[in-house]
Design a protein around this ligand. Structure first.
Ligand code: ADP
Ligand code: ZN
Ligand code: ZN
Length: 737
């Protein structure tokens, strides 16, 4: 028999599949990891197929060196998924396969952890110690008495508490026996399940759960406002799945930001829950992964990569906060989690639920076309009110001589909140690190004339650039609308805010949470834990504090510069702003006390704010979808970006030119499918000393037409895969810099 093996080497642009003889290992099937001879060395590889014969003469084939695990690490389902992802995202097989297993398994960098236990041989268990230990050997005596009491204890613990020499001696004499047992490393041990609160579902929740329990296996979009009890719906549905002997996956954007999710899941499902995410130690990840593979845990929770949980017999997949951008992978291998989830749901004939208070425009659009089925939870649990949002026009503050970071209203509300000993969250929007230019007198923001997205200020070159078409514009010295010279560029940082707040409220404790303060694995949990325990009065932070937290004593949320993401140069910036405001605002008033939100902006009449203030998601959706349809942005088109990067600027340009010419040919033949097509320097010209150039297109038409063109582009790109230049294609990228 012959095995097709994908060898796991990273410095190659293409997949290398080789045939090897299966000699002494008849158990080998597709999905096994093996060690194979390769050149002068041996390398790891994955068996992707077993066949009778090879195109090469059998005597020329080398045999597989050895099998690395006792079980196949990749199931038939995952093999099918691998094919799908390879085609759809134009990925190397080996890059996809690597997603499916804990990375540290490669190269044997993680192993099962075994613990050695010592116990008394049965014949000595109930015997009087004096009969077999000399009275003078008191160390041995102590040890035997101890083991008679406890039955069994780890050798490590015994060596710590008793004489190691005595233990060796007893083992040598056969009085003490040892056995090895596997020990599992559990992530976030401290997050234990508390008591399992029995919650009666509201009628609205019940209706959703009933639908999910039914035999109508569909892709559902669950639109439920903040605090509508979506988590409870997920847990009830998972319980039903487990009762039928099936398994479930639940994805959350970033589990370290939402430790309470893990807590409630552990209290409901105990050891049946396994956690998968990149923040775990290699050992923890490996052990959790194996518990799922072996069926010892049936509920996988985790960030994006948990969609590849090695579960069989899936009964439900959940993507919580489905609008979150973390579900779209931005580095190789690039993929869209929703699509992978759809594939697995279909393969397992189960439902997929995507939940959010602010669904992405794409998902809601699919819910209107019938591709997804819409489920709704329009009210908070117990009819609690959604927070009241006040919009402050910062231009007026400037006009009245207040040039500070905080408006008068925010300061007044903050003072009240502090006086009442309640808690506040101050949110600073830092979507993207690029900055825009804005008039502080009238709120005017420079936009691209062609693309209608905000221009980005590039400090090094001192120009404004459009990230969609590459056009460059001179920086503003004076506002073209009102002729004021008060032009703002750049942004403020969280640290600045904390400093100013400390000066204003010297006896209040203030916590900061952003990229700088959360470098450690446990720092998220620590900061959130302190705030939850009311050890601090104000939490200042970026995007990370917007997600899913449930702090009952927070009654005020201040949004310092809401516009920051509004003017981010991306067609999704309105959507992101609406989502952020709704999510951040949703942190206020989750318990009995009513929550208040102060939103500071220089564009108070922007429709995003009008809809957000009224909690009118549908209104916002209609307006936004309309704009996108007119200007042909997703979901009404597909953006395809080809990015070429190389240390040689000349090579990058030449490669891009070659691809551009061929794609131009395609665009001539299929003119009606190209809403936009152009080549340009990337907005960020150099990253890590590599020059970057790109081609952007927006494709429209029927799905299969668009698929065909995408495949043609893939083929062109393949032709230009050469050493020293890297070329990749992205579909609907999140980020165009
Ligand atoms: P969401 O995820 O929709 O924002 P959560 O699931 O966090 O909302 O629920 C908000 C709060 O309401 C939580 O504290 C939760 O325990 C509580 N809750 C959910 N469902 C019920 C219910 N049926 N009865 C009482 N409390 C509930
Ligand atoms: Zn102006
Ligand atoms: Zn433009």
């Amino acid at each position: 028999m012959v095995a097709e093996v994908i060898v796991d080497i990273s410095n190659s642009e293409v997949d290398k599949v080789f045939d090897y003889l299966i000699d002494g290992s008849p158990e080998i099937r597709a999905g096994f990891r093996v060690l194979v001879p390769f050149g002068k060395t041996t390398v790891e590889g994955y068996v992707i197929k077993v066949k009778e014969c090879s195109d090469y003469p059998l005597e020329k084939l080398k045999p597989i060196h050895s099998v690395l695990d006792e079980y196949p690490v990749i199931s038939t389902e995952m093999m099918t998924l691998m094919e799908y992802m390879r085609e759809r995202y134009h990925l190397r097989t080996v890059d996809v396969l690597r997603l499916f297993i804990p990375s540290q398994m490669r190269g044997g960098r993680v192993k099962e952890l075994t613990v050695k236990y010592a116990y008394l041989s049965p014949e000595y268990r109930d015997k009087d110690v004096a009969q077999f230990i000399r009275a003078s050997a008191s160390a041995q005596m102590d040890l035997v008495c101890h083991l008679q009491e406890v039955d069994r204890e780890s050798v490590t613990a015994l060596n710590r508490d008793f004489s190691a020499a005595a233990l060796r001696n007893l083992i040598a004499r056969g009085i003490v026996l040892t056995e090895e047992e596997e020990s599992l490393r559990t992530p976030y041990k401290k997050i234990e399940g508390g008591e399992n609160k029995k919650i009666t579902l509201t009628p609205a929740q019940q209706k959703v759960v009933d639908r999910l329990k039914s035999d109508e296996h569909e892709v559902y979009l669950l639109h439920g406002v903040t605090g509508s009890g979506k988590t409870e719906v997920y847990m009830h549905s998972i319980s039903a799945v487990l009762e039928r002997g099936k398994s479930a996956i639940m994805l959350v954007p970033e589990i370290s930001l939402t430790p309470q999710v893990l807590r409630v899941f552990r209290s409901r499902f105990g050891d049946n829950v396994a956690l998968l995410h990149s923040g775990l130690s290699a050992g923890e990840r490996f052990d959790e992964w194996r518990r799922l593979l072996q069926g010892k845990a049936k509920v996988a929770i985790g960030a994006r990569s948990a969609i590849f949980a090695p579960l069989t017999n899936l009964g439900l997949i959940i993507i919580d906060e489905e609008h979150d951008s973390s579900y779209i992978s931005e580095t190789n291998p690039r993929y869209v989690t929703h699509e992978v989830a759809c594939f697995r749901a279909k393969y397992n004939d189960c439902s997929l639920v995507m939940g959010s208070a602010t669904p992405s425009i794409d998902s809601y659009y699919y819910a209107t076309t019938g591709k997804y089925k819409l489920l709704e939870l329009p009210e908070r649990v117990n009819k609690r009110a959604l927070p009241e949002i006040s919009v402050v026009n910062m231009c007026n503050e400037v006009y009245d001589g207040n040039n500070g970071l905080f408006s008068r209203l925010l300061l007044a509300r903050l003072t009240e909140c502090m006086d009442r000993n309640e808690q506040a969250i101050i949110f600073l929007n830092r979507r993207g690190y690029s900055s825009y230019m804005m008039c502080r007198t009238c709120g005017y923001v420079a936009k691209c004339e062609q693309c209608d997205v905000s221009l980005v200020y590039h400090k090094e070159e001192n120009v404004l650039k459009c990230h969609y078409c590459g056009n460059r514009y001179a920086v503003l010295d004076e506002c073209p609308e009102c002729h004021s010279n008060n032009i703002k560029r750049g942004y403020v940082g969280t640290q600045q805010i904390v400093e100013q707040l400390s000066a204003l409220f010297p006896d209040k404790k203030i916590l900061r949470m952003d990229n700088d303060t959360t470098q450690n694995k446990d720092s998220h949990a620590k900061i959130l834990g302190e705030f939850a325990a009311k050890k601090a009065s104000i939490l200042v932070g970026t995007q990370m504090i917007a997600k899913g937290h449930d702090f009952p004593d927070v009654t005020l949320v201040g949004i310092v510069d809401a516009d920051m993401s509004l003017h981010f140069s991306d067609f999704r910036s309105n959507e992101r702003t609406f989502q952020l405001i709704t999510q951040v605002a949703g942190r206020a008033g989750r318990d009995e006390k009513l929550g208040k939100v102060v939103l500071q902006t220089y564009s108070p009449n922007h429709y995003v704010y009008n809809f957000a203030v009224k909690n009118n998601y549908k209104g916002f959706y209609e307006k936004e979808a309309n704009l996108r349809e007119v200007s042909k942005y997703p979901p009404f088109s597909r953006i395809v970006r080809v990015l070429v990067s190389s240390e040689s600027e000349e090579l990058a340009s030449r490669t891009l030119k070659g691809i551009f010419d061929e794609v131009t040919e395609i665009s001539r033949q299929k003119r009606e499918n190209f809403a936009y097509f152009g080549a340009m320097k990337s907005p960020v010209k150099r990253i890590q000393s590599k020059f970057r150039v790109q081609i952007l297109m927006r494709l429209i038409g029927e799905n299969d037409e668009i698929d065909d063109i995408t495949k043609e582009v893939y083929c062109v790109v393949d032709k230009y895969t050469i050493p020293k230049a890297s070329v990749f294609v992205e579909i609907n990228p999140n980020n165009l810099s």
